[in-house]
Design a protein around this ligand. Structure first.
Ligand code: MN
Ligand code: MN
Length: 459
């Protein structure tokens, strides 16, 4: 049962390959901080690799054949890549799934106001955050504003070194006597996560002169009016690049490892795939952090409908074939695991914890209390996966999310399992999960890529 440190498998030459792979990941993580940015980047890379837009295929009336590669996207925030295999689709597909939304501060619909001679933006946090972690650090604004005429304005402020950053203030320690007696959940209130964005007033204006100055800047730079915030999706995220972490540069610190650390190796494995027998899929979804709801969340019919379209384009459609295709599929539902943290050993049970540098991490079940809400994967499926990974010399481990009754969490696995397919949770171990800056091991990211590729080819 001993699991070796995955670095020990690799000589200095192989470690260069690992580092090269991770340079690509760091770039992805630094540039793609919203679900839209992730989806657009993956689609662009997939197109370069020969993937066609399924909608264009449908419109052209062209039939799909084994070897063809197509993608479908939903509202720019969720997407699926398909590489069609030689086997009939009703035999099932091999799926890799991950999510591309991450915890952050979303702007409210009417966000802009002035108080104390300062201009601020009101936010509503998205996903599970420790609010006290999101103060006193540089934030960037990413997202879109859609004007009444339908024009979509892309916004990224705070990433270019020449850009200003914004942020949420924290109370100075000197006056924090009351705050310091509060519980961590209450020390910083959600309603107080207001972003400071300006302080110069427009000359000669008496009312809201600073706010007016900010509006003038938005008008000049983006041609935006105050009312345009109402149809915007603007996300405040930690500003700056993903960085090497540790004196040996063996890890990466970045915003949004959860769950781009699984999304990246998943789509890279798809792009590396050649001549699959079973049709292979990479599914990257939105809204996981708030329960997989909405049209772009995993609970939406988007994926099921897309599979029906795919079968139709492949000349294999019937309602029964769609149902068989989904039921006979096998899936890795990938999401981050909690890495064992020597600073907080008390929440882990050491034999069933995830460790950094021990490779791709499998969770037979997630959930809370008595496995509530979890997809409890079948041992028959786990045995097949063990064989595939061991044959490919992939480093892997198993874990659960902390001690029994310590807490818990969920993923998209149980939703896909509703089709009757085999699904298991797996992913990469991460420290500081859901903090503005999360940490993960480079070798684990690489093992995830190798494991995903082996799964697509052999499961
Ligand atoms: Mn999460
Ligand atoms: Mn996640």
């Amino acid at each position: 049962m001993e699991r070796k440190n995955a670095w020990l498998k690799y000589d200095s030459n192989a470690r260069k390959t690992i580092n090269f792979f991770n340079e690509g990941y760091k770039t992805f993580l630094s540039n793609c901080k919203t679900e839209r940015e992730c989806a657009a980047e993956v689609i662009s890379q997939a197109r370069d690799a020969g993937y066609l837009d399924l909608e264009e295929v449908i419109a052209s009336g062209r039939m799909l054949a084994p070897g063809d590669k197509v993608y479908a996207q939903c509202m720019g925030k969720t997407l699926a890549l398909f590489h069609i295999g030689t086997e009939a689709l009703e035999k099932g597909m091999n799926l890799l799934g991950a999510h591309i939304d991450s915890p952050r501060l979303d702007l409210k619909q009417i966000p802009l106001y002035e108080d104390g001679g300062l201009a601020l933006l009101d936010t509503h946090y998205y996903g599970g955050i420790k609010k006290y972690q999101w103060v006193a650090l540089p934030l960037a604004l990413h997202g879109v504003v859609v004007k009444k005429d339908g024009t979509v304005v892309n916004v990224v402020i705070g990433e270019d070194p020449a850009d200003p950053v914004v942020g949420v203030s924290d109370l100075l320690i000197h006056l924090a006597a009351d705050q310091m007696t509060k519980t961590a959940a209450k020390a910083v209130e959600g309603e107080n996560l207001n972003i400071l964005i300006g302080s110069i007033p427009v000359e000669g204006e008496e009312k809201e002169a600073v706010k007016k100055q900010i509006l003038a800047i938005l008008k000049e730079k983006y041609d935006l009016e105050e009312e345009d915030f109402i149809s915007a999706e603007l996300e405040a995220v930690p500003a700056g690049q993903a960085r090497d972490y540790g004196l040996d540069a063996s890890m990466i610190m970045g915003y949004g490892h959860d769950d781009r650390i699984c999304a990246y190796p998943s789509y890279k494995a798809m792009l590396a795939l050649e001549n699959p027998e079973r049709t292979c899929v990479c599914l990257l979804v939105d809204k996981e952090e708030i329960g997989s709801v909405g049209a772009t969340g995993m609970q939406s019919r988007f994926f099921e409908n897309t599979v029906a379209e795919l079968l139709n384009c492949a000349g294999q459609y019937s309602e029964l074939a769609v149902r068989r295709c989904l039921q006979n599929s096998r899936m890795l539902s990938s999401d981050v695991s909690a890495a064992f943290d020597p600073n907080y050993p008390e929440v882990m049970e050491k034999n069933n914890a995830a460790y950094m540098c021990q490779g791709l991490c499998f969770n037979k079940y997630t959930g809370r209390a008595g496995k509530s809400g979890s997809n409890d994967a079948n041992p028959e499926f786990i045995a097949r996966i063990r064989k595939v990974l061991d044959d490919a010399d992939v480093s892997w481990q198993t874990s659960e999310l902390g001690k029994v009754d310590q807490g818990g969490g969920g993923t998209i696995a149980y939703i896909m399992a509703n089709y009757g397919m085999e699904v298991i949770d797996c992913g990469v171990a991460v420290q500081n999960m859901h903090a503005p800056w999360e940490v993960a091991s480079k070798v684990d990211i690489y093992e995830a890529f190798r494991g995903y590729l082996a799964f697509l080819q052999k499961i």
